[in-house]
Design a protein around this ligand. Structure first.
Ligand SMILES: NC(=O)c1ccc[n+]([C@@H]2O[C@H](COP(=O)([O-])OP(=O)(O)OC[C@H]3O[C@@H](n4cnc5c(N)ncnc54)[C@H](OP(=O)(O)O)[C@@H]3O)[C@@H](O)[C@H]2O)c1
Length: 326
């Protein structure tokens, strides 16, 4: 056991681990060695983590051909906590700082008492939000910000559709769309309507209405968070120069990209990037209460299997958080 200032770092820590790919039951609680950090990394004593769809997709083995199967795997990317140790090259953080962020390790490694990442993964936590709320921000909000601002080039007075407005990415996309000055049309189930409308979109559409996208006005940006549509389906509803962005890479996107010069509209697939500047912007918006994070349910680490079952239900409103035993 080592001490760095006031944070005690044990040799082993409690984690949720998988040793094979499969259903939620492959997640088990174990004691594993605390991760070693490099000179450009920080070690975080984790207070809370949030679940993103990538966590349960990886647990099922969906990414095994790209990432391999380096068992035991500790899943999870989104964390909040306190800096426990810093590498020699770290400049902006010190032991004891309260932070949140998104890890940049192969399979994440957030679901445990200690997690590591490079400096670009973290930002200081604003005082006005809890560790549970902070853990629920990074991956989903960075995705929404980078999809709208960088991929789609959303501008003031543009009209934006967010399809999948009730989930983690969607509830941030509604708010970031408004912050960037767009007119926002939120698309969700009727069940999620009240929740979605609490973020003050200009319009709401129930996705159970038959071919609802054909009945909207022409828009500048179509953010298909739910990945239920396609570029060619919504093409006729995009203004000239407009963009369709989705969150799931699909082979036919290459074909759709070839169409772009002929149809005068653009198609993009989103892949979230760890960027310190973007995390700082999100943190400022949270501190100023311009951006809110909604935590739907909080689970304890011992109930991680139930947390994954709920995450996979497709009915989460905002985010799901897991608290870590201290
Ligand atoms: N490429 C990247 O970098 C990246 C990053 C983040 C996420 N993603 C992907 O983006 C997708 C969304 O992520 P998330 O975190 O927002 O997921 P999530 O929180 O699990 O989304 C759940 C929401 O999806 C909505 N939904 C379910 N069926 C729908 C449908 N047919 N049409 C519209 N909405 C529907 C539900 O709302 P209702 O109650 O209205 O049904 C629910 O609120 C996932 O596939 C994820 O893997 C990709």
């Amino acid at each position: 056991m080592t001490h760095t200032n006031s944070i005690i770092i044990p040799e082993k820590a409690t984690c949720a681990v998988i040793r094979s790919f499969g259903g939620p039951e492959v997640l088990q609680i174990e004691q594993l060695p605390v991760p070693e950090i490099g000179d450009n990394q920080l070690l975080i004593k984790v207070k809370a983590v949030s679940i993103n769809p990538i966590d349960w997709k990886q647990r099922k083995g969906n990414h095994r051909f790209i990432l391999g199967a380096p068992f035991p795997i500790v899943p999870g990317y989104d964390v909040s906590g306190v800096v426990a140790k810093v590498g020699a090259e770290i400049e902006n953080f010190k032991v004891g700082d309260e932070v949140f962020g998104v890890l940049d390790n192969k399979y994440g490694g957030a679901y445990g008492q200690f997690a590591k990442g490079t400096e670009r993964c973290f930002v200081h936590k604003p005082l006005n939000i809890t560790f549970e709320q902070a853990a629920a921000v990074s991956l989903a909000a960075l995705t929404a910000l980078q999809a709208l601002r960088d991929k789609a080039g959303l501008k003031r007075n543009d009209t934006l559709v967010v399809n999948g407005a009730g989930g983690g990415v969607g509830h941030f996309a509604l708010q970031i769309g408004k912050l960037l000055g767009a007119k926002v049309i939120a698309v969700s189930s009727e069940r999620s309507r009240k929740f979605v409308e609490s973020f003050k979109p200009d319009e709401h559409i129930d996705y159970n209405r038959s071919k609802w996208w054909k009945k909207t006005e022409k828009v500048d940006v179509f953010f298909d968070v739910a990945g239920m549509l396609s570029f060619t389906k919504v093409l006729g509803k995009l203004n000239r120069g407009g963009s369709y962005v989705n969150t799931l890479p699909r082979p036919k996107i290459l074909l759709h990209k070839l169409l772009q010069p002929f149809v005068g509209r653009k198609v993009h697939t989103m892949l979230m990037q760890q960027r310190a500047d973007d995390l700082i912007l999100l943190s400022q918006w949270l501190a100023n209460e311009q951006l809110k994070v909604h935590v739907d349910k909080v689970f304890e680490l011992k109930d991680v299997q139930d947390a994954h079952r709920y995450a996979q239900s497709g009915r989460v409103q905002g985010k799901i958080v897991i608290t870590i035993p201290q």
